[in-house]
Design a binder for this molecule. Structure first.
Ligand code: MCA
Ligand code: AMP
Length: 505
């Protein structure tokens, strides 16, 4: 592989200098060339400089998909500062924690999210500036002076991406520029991503899948992306029918909806170079139906916030349903015994571990959590259970960590339990994931109440102000007691089985 640039923004600047007129983004009828996006990004970098935001300081992006999201992203890196992407569904409790933990000084937001942030602003003394896209951003840029270009070094911190944790408080995964560039280079090579590609990008930009795969791959290769504010099956199907895009990346829920769309229509999209699925398991049934209706075999891959993309089905060669393929070039993977930590034989189920230049630098201000998951030898414990076949295909079979994945969004039960425990009338609560046709899994709660008048609807609604909508329990079942083991620990598998069978005790 040719020598890599130190950062994705460096690759982007290179393309913008060489071919400023080339299309980078298409958004709601507006075309953004590389040159135009660079100018906007440098404007943002200059404005940050004027605000006194220096190298290493944290800037949050709490806004929906738009070219200005990406201009601010690149601009922050051009200023040497660090990006903290924030899920747009987050409510006050989640916002307070992330902004406080990361010590955010400036946040770019939009009109829809600003009220939620303003609601907690008093408790965030470090947050000096909130800029709103639109007129607010134009004014912010207009007041800036000239920008003197300084590109980040590979070892500089690029992003702190918050990912939920077992304690209920999310942890910031520290990704260096060199981690991100190594991963995107491996992804582009594996998936034959080239300048002539056009990605249909409807994933949220605040997560790894949309940002450091979708947007980074585009910037790295000098390709283009048709960016949508959000995923809408009808709109996506129409774009696929037009046939000007060459790739689509989605979470399984998006594919489920595209299949529903296809079943209700007579017209079928023409061939597309590449469909990729990830962030949650794609069922072999969806894989097969997609092949039948769209004539394409979806390429499933496996990633994580801490590492970016780890495993992928091959571009050429067999894309095997129900598996996530093998490691990207230059990266390693293995299956280790959960207790023994010894490397297991093929077909034996253990914890998947990965190693390589793509693996993050640790958790922000959490050396304890870093030490638990990242060995001195560089192997990162993913918390996912799986096995590898004799011919090198990995299958994810479950999770060692207590994680619910709903529509590709992660929900850690502890976080929901902590909020529900303060609901009047709730004595005890255990949150688990149950199978769900639409979202893969849904959040469910088994509740022991000390007020017999407490109703399920009240419990479901209780999180509304504190947690993102997708974390709210979609099912609440009242039980006399929670199943516990001899040590008093709640046995989640029994809770889950009980809820599936309608019986918990
Ligand atoms: C929305 N709702 C959900 C979810 N999303 N409920 C459960 N699970 C969800 N995922 C609820 C909302 O709270 C709302 O309810 C109602 O559905 C409608 O909301 P809307 O915004 O219209 O959502 P949607 O259209 O149903 O969204 C489905 C979606 C979305 C498009 C599949 O969930 C999505 O964009 N998922 C992508 C997530 C993603 O990018 N993950 C990658 C993470 P109410 O009004 O009652 O609140 S990166 C990762 O995992 C690693 C690195 C990897 O490998 O990629
Ligand atoms: P996040 O913490 O948001 O980065 O989510 C990462 C988690 O998503 C992984 O640890 C897996 O549990 C899950 N995941 C990602 N891709 C897949 C996949 N293709 N199949 C099953 N699980 C996946």
């Amino acid at each position: 592989m040719a020598e890599l640039p130190a950062s994705v923004v460096e690759a982007f600047v290179g393309h913008a200098k060489r071919t400023p007129e080339r299309t980078c983004l298409l958004f709601e009828g507006d075309e953004w060339s590389y040159g135009r996006l660079l100018e906007r990004a440098e404007g943002f970098a200059a404005a940050l400089g004027r605000q006194g935001i220096v190298k290493g300081e944290r800037v949050a992006l709490f806004l929906g998909n738009s070219p200005d999201f990406l201009a601010a992203y690149l601009g922050t890196h051009l200023a040497g500062a660090v990006i903290v992407p924030v899920n747009t569904a987050y409510k006050r409790t989640e916002l307070r924690h992330i902004f406080d933990d990361a010590g955010i000084r400036l946040c770019l937001t939009d009109g829809e999210r600003r009220p939620e942030l303003e609601g907690v602003r008093e408790s965030l003394p470090e947050l000096e500036t909130v800029v709103e896209v639109g007129e607010g951003m134009d004014k912010f840029l207009a007041e800036a002076g000239p920008y003197k270009r300084v590109l980040p070094q590979g070892d500089d911190l690029a992003n702190i991406a918050y990912t939920s944790g077992t304690t209920g408080r999310s942890k910031g995964a520290m990704l260096l520029h060199r981690n991100l560039v190594a991963n995107v280079a491996a992804v582009c090579e594996a998936w034959r991503w080239e300048q002539r590609d056009r990605l249909l990008l409807t994933l949220p930009l605040f997560h790894t899948h949309g940002l450091t795969v979708g947007a980074h791959g585009t910037f790295f290769t000098g390709a283009s992306a048709e960016l949508h504010r959000r995923f809408d099956a009808d709109a996506v199907y129409n774009v696929l029918l037009v046939g000007e895009t060459t790739m689509f990346f989605g979470v399984p829920t998006m594919y489920t909806r595209l299949l529903r769309e296809a079943r209700s229509r007579d017209e079928r999209p023409g061939p597309l170079r590449l469909y990729v699925a990830g962030s949650a398991p794609l069922s072999p049934a969806a894989f097969a139906e997609f092949e039948e209706l769209f004539g394409e075999r979806i390429l499933e891959r496996y990633g994580m916030t801490e590492t970016g993309m780890n495993l992928t089905n091959p571009y050429d060669g067999e894309r095997r349903p129900g598996t996530v393929g093998g490691p990207f070039s230059g990266q390693e993977a293995r299956v280790a015994g959960v207790k023994s930590r010894e490397v297991l034989e093929p077909e034996e189920v253990g914890e998947i571990e990965v190693r390589g230049a793509h693996v993050f630098a640790g958790y922000w201000r959490r050396p304890d959590a870093t030490e638990e998951s990242l060995g001195a030898d560089g192997w990162f414990r993913t918390g996912d259970l799986g096995s590898v076949s004799d011919d090198g295909y990995y299958t994810i079979t479950g999770r060692a960590k207590e994680l619910i994945i709903s529509g590709g969004y992660n929900v850690y039960p502890r976080e929901v339990e902590e909020v529900l425990e303060s609901c009047p009338g709730v004595a005890e609560v255990a949150v688990v994931g149950l199978p769900d046709e639409e979202y893969g899994e849904k959040v469910a709660a088994a509740v022991v109440r000390d007020d017999p008048g407490l109703e399920a609807g009240k419990v479901m609604d209780f999180c509304r102000d504190d947690l993102a909508g997708y974390k709210r329990p979609r099912e609440v079942v009242f039980v006399d007691e929670l199943p516990r083991n001899a040590l008093g620990k709640v046995q989640k598998h029994l809770v889950r089985e009980g809820l599936v069978e309608g019986e918990v005790n």
